[in-house]
Design a protein around this ligand. Structure first.
Ligand SMILES: [Cu+2]
Length: 100
């Protein structure tokens, strides 16, 4: 009974419908490069390249920082709208997050 109540309280504490998304970085590209999410969702960027990369929003809404090979970082999308992002090290690498 006490355990069930604790589980119910934990469930209530979590934001409703927040989803996790994944973007792979491979071959100097973001995959997918375009992603539709909801405000409150998280996105985990994983670097599958041997070079360092970042995923940096041009509007400043998120930044993974430099990701070494095999590393990942999770960012949270807190504002609605289109958030274009680039790799700060390789500006030709670009993508967009569309948040509703
Ligand atoms: Cu890069």
């Amino acid at each position: 009974m006490r355990i069930a109540l604790t589980v119910a309280m934990l469930a209530l504490a979590l934001p409703a419908f927040a989803a996790g998304h994944a973007v792979q970085i491979k071959g100097m590209k973001f995959s997918p490069a375009r992603l539709n999410v909801a405000v409150g969702d998280t996105i985990t960027f994983t670097n599958g390249d041997s070079k360092r990369h970042t995923a940096t929003a041009l509007d400043g809404s998120f930044d993974t920082g430099r990701l070494a090979a095999g590393k990942s970082a999770t960012v949270k999308i807190v504002a609605a709208g289109k958030h274009d992002f680039k790799c700060r090290i390789h500006p030709s690498m670009a993508g967009s997050i569309i948040a509703k």
